[in-house]
Ligand binder design. Structure first.
Ligand code: ACO
Length: 404
């Protein structure tokens, strides 16, 4: 045994040695050259480039190229890639019928799981995963269609007609247009919102072997098609311990209600109380034992957006900042190295843009699609085996069925 609950090596009689590592805290499941994290130092690199430099100088579409193909594109490569993504933004008209099968009040994540898995039924012309070109087409289709499918979830929820993508707009502008444009008025995309949206997409694009990416790889290891694998990733992302956290952060800030020291301290004490299931949402991370580098950029973006909107005094922002300040000075959080993660501030930005809370995780899924598909492609391009973990059996030993 190495450490209290880190890794436990046990001999199993006839089958040799197995490692028992619940939650995979000390087990690498694969080799990968896409993303590097140093959790102790708070470092995140995509193909070697630090996330803060990418957030400052690049954009989401360029990051997609980098993650998928391994290098930054030349100007000509970028233009060609961006044009190809734009060419694939439409979805088959029959897909509209999928949406119509759901209740109007269905959670958009439930709709997205179903619809993305169903894409394989429409794009089966390129599902030979042994062919690099077919994998590339599927990856581009997914990246291009996710904003369209995501915005359709929202439009369906609110009973408005779907907006067709507008290919004169860039990736984030187009998403905002499909979300908020309607046939009754001209929709002008706010450039501050579009820039913030692009940042949110970039900061969520990839994060090595998190629960949803590992799920995509595991599904992919069976040879399943990429649309089915991404649908599995969306399902894994849905939980509040993963992609559902930004939605949970806003619910928590609402519940806290005011930024008085006494009130916030009450919630900090609740989070520390082991008999209380309450946790500070948006705090803590399996890998980062230091500030999440994405959270720093997210906090700056949050200040920018709310500053530009004249909402610097937003009550939820004030509670969030005070909560962060008090938690970072508290022994419990210091000892356990619990810092704000990427989702602590992302919900406040999305809310300021006008995105409804139930769409927060959908936006995370859209942004993470490039990470998922890049990992899937990396795995399929190399040699891989079906993922098949073992277990530590705790049930009965063999016994005879009782005689009747
Ligand atoms: N509030 C209070 N205490 C916490 C929190 C928190 N948010 N997070 C961890 N702790 C405590 C645990 O109770 C535990 O304490 P103990 O050692 O006294 O038992 C210790 O810190 C270690 O926590 P674990 O749960 O073992 O850490 P793990 O790596 O398994 O979980 C997780 C990480 C799921 C992110 C956790 O910190 C959490 O639930 N955070 C809140 C939800 C959240 O923000 N999720 C988003 C993650 S980022 C993402 O997916 C993009």
């Amino acid at each position: 045994t190495v450490g209290p609950d880190v890794i436990d090596v046990r001999g199993l009689t006839s089958e040799g040695l197995f490692t028992y590592d619940p939650g995979f805290v000390a087990t690498a499941s694969c080799e990968s050259g896409i993303t590097y994290i140093d959790g102790a130092a708070g470092v995140l690199l995509h193909r070697g480039y630090p996330i803060d430099q990418l957030a400052e100088n690049s954009n989401y579409v360029e990051l997609c190229y980098l993650l998928l193909f391994g290098e930054l594109p030349s100007k000509a490569q970028y233009d060609d890639f961006a044009a190809t993504v734009r060419n694939h933004t439409m979805v088959h008209e029959q897909i509209v019928n999928f949406y119509k099968g759901f209740r109007r009040d269905a959670h958009p994540m439930a709709i997205l799981c179903g619809v993305v898995g169903g894409l394989a039924a429409f794009y089966h012309d390129n599902l030979d995963i042994t062919k690099e070109e077919e994998r590339r087409v599927s990856a581009i289709r997914l990246v291009a269609k996710m904003p369209t499918l995501a915005a359709m979830c929202h439009k369906y929820n609110i009973g408005q007609p779907f907006n067709y993508p507008r290919n004169d707009l860039n990736y984030s502008e187009n998403f905002l247009y499909m979300m908020f444009g309607n046939p009754c008025e001209t929709y002008e995309v706010n450039p501050v919102f579009a820039k913030a949206m692009d940042r949110v997409f970039m900061l969520h694009a990839d994060h090595e072997q998190n629960a949803s990416t590992s799920t995509v790889r595991m599904a992919g290891s069976t040879g399943a098609n990429p649309f089915a694998c991404i649908s599995a990733g969306i399902a894994a992302l849905w939980g509040p311990a993963h992609g559902g956290a930004n939605e949970a952060v806003l619910a928590m800030l609402d519940e806290i209600g005011d930024d008085s020291e006494e009130n916030i301290q009450r919630y900090i004490d609740k989070a520390k109380d082991k008999d209380d299931p309450f946790r500070l949402m948006g705090f803590g991370h399996r890998v980062y034992r230091n500030f999440d580098p994405r959270a720093k950029v997210m906090k700056e973006t949050c200040d920018e957006v709310l500053g530009e909107l004249g909402l610097a005094d937003d009550p939820q922002l004030k509670i969030a900042k005070r909560l962060e300040q008090i938690a970072l000075e508290d022994e419990y959080f210091i000892e356990r190295k619990l810092y704000p993660n990427v989702d602590f501030y992302s919900g406040i930005i999305l809310k300021a843009i006008g995105i409804p809370t139930n769409m927060f995780t959908v936006i995370f899924a859209m942004a993470r699609t490039i990470g998922w598909i890049s990992h899937w492609n990396e795995m399929i391009s190399g040699s891989f085996r079906i993922s098949r973990p073992r277990q530590l059996y705790t049930g009965h030993t063999q016994r005879d069925y009782p005689a009747k």
